[in-house]
Design a binder for this molecule. Structure first.
Ligand code: PLP
Ligand code: COI
Length: 365
């Protein structure tokens, strides 16, 4: 396991001249989309049983060498995080709740039998990469630099047991809108597949969860929807979350519901932040089970007026339509709802340094 001393390790900086020309970069930054272009550098830190965390480097981004027997390629011992660096109205750059990502990274590490990374080292690694690649912050409205810390088992060994060597990397990708359609509200498909079962890895951010969500997600797209929503594994009745976002339901009386953290959904940091912001507004938010049948009935009766998805990549995205084997229904007017927009604006204003930060979430770099 990592020790506090590991957090004190020095990063070697091997910066290289930007391989992307300023013109090409400017073009990307004006319209970055999501996840298709990458900054110039990456962070790499190694772990083994003898030395703990060592060899921390900020170097040129590029292909990595892996033994074909590396455990990650066989048994998917891999975890990741997603957070963003935001340009502030005063010209500085800030992270949003990076300590929450660091803590969740270690929760995932424990579930996947991987070594923990000291939280200070996680934050320092992200800080180092943003410092090296600060020219990669998008110029487009709503843009940010998406940061992807991840760790995988690099030991060459074919037995099934926790590996004895790991590699931690951080890469960065300029990000604009997560949804290509740019539609005011997304349409979601209720999957027959299950994402996570009790006792499984649903609450961990591990690659395997996403591999299992690809067929259901592809099915949603084929049917003309933007995203997939998963129900619980035991009864196939209770709403859990989308492939990469948590859900909130907004009622006509102004109260909200979000599915409780039962161990089968990811404890989203955006979900948690919105919980606090809604309560700051004096709204009632319940963390409880909510069924698909109830959702449909409430949307039809008008008791439910809005639904939105939330996550680092998707920020706050209104859900306009829900479809499944039993037919489809529209939420509210099918477009963005008022409370959804209000909570989104509150969150984004804090992230951008345009509003006070009463919870101390913003970390200026
Ligand atoms: N649920 C899943 C499955 C996710 O992949 C994500 C994205 O990270 C979320 C929820 C939202 O989490 P966060 O708000 O921390 O980005
Ligand atoms: C995120 O919001 O950071 C995610 O990880 C969602 C998706 C890109 C996997």
């Amino acid at each position: 396991m990592a020790t506090v001393a590991d957090a004190k390790i020095q990063f070697t900086r091997q910066l290289h001249p930007a391989p992307t020309s300023p013109q090409a970069r400017a073009q990307i930054l004006a319209n970055p989309g999501f996840g298709t272009s990458f900054s110039d550098h990456m962070v790499s830190i190694e772990w083994d049983e003898q030395r703990g965390w060592h060899d921390a480097v900020v170097g040129p981004r590029g292909p990595i060498l892996l033994d074909p027997a590396a455990a990650v390629l066989h048994y998917a011992q891999e975890i990741f995080e997603g957070l963003k660096a935001y340009s502030q109205s005063d010209g500085s750059i800030a992270l949003f709740r990076p300590e929450a990502n660091a803590a969740r990274f270690n929760q995932s590490a424990r579930r996947l039998a991987m070594p923990e990374l000291p939280e200070e080292l996680f934050i320092e690694s992200v800080r180092q990469l943003v410092a090296a690649d600060r020219d990669w912050l998008p110029t487009v409205e709503g843009g940010s630099l998406y940061l992807r810390p991840f760790m995988f088992a690099s030991e060459a060994f074919l037995g099934v047991r926790p590996a004895k060597q790991y590699r931690y990397l951080v890469i960065a990708s300029p990000a604009g809108n997560y949804f290509k359609s740019g539609a005011p509200a997304v349409s979601i498909w209720v999957s027959d597949y299950t994402r996570a079962a009790p006792g499984g890895t649903g609450a961990a951010k591990c690659g395997g969860n996403y591999a299992a969500s690809l067929v259901p997600q592809a099915e949603a797209i084929e049917r003309g929807h933007d995203q997939v929503v998963f129900l619980d594994a035991a009864e196939h009745r209770w709403i859990e979350e989308l492939g990469g976002m948590n859900l909130y339901f907004v009622f006509a009386d102004g109260s909200l519901v979000t599915p409780a953290l039962t161990g089968t959904i990811l404890p989203g940091i955006t979900r948690d932040s919105l919980l606090a912001l809604a309560r700051d507004e004096g709204l009632t938010v319940r963390e409880e089970r909510y069924s698909l049948d109830q959702w449909r009935d409430d949307a039809k009766s008008g008791r439910l007026v809005e639904t939105f998805a939330c996550g680092t990549a998707a920020v706050v995205t209104p859900v306009g339509k829900v479809a499944g084997r039993d037919g489809e229904f529209t939420i509210g007017t099918g477009g963005p709802g008022q409370l959804t927009q209000k909570l989104k604006n509150r969150l984004v204003a804090i992230q951008r340094g345009e509003a006070p930060d009463p919870h101390g979430w913003v970390m200026k770099l």
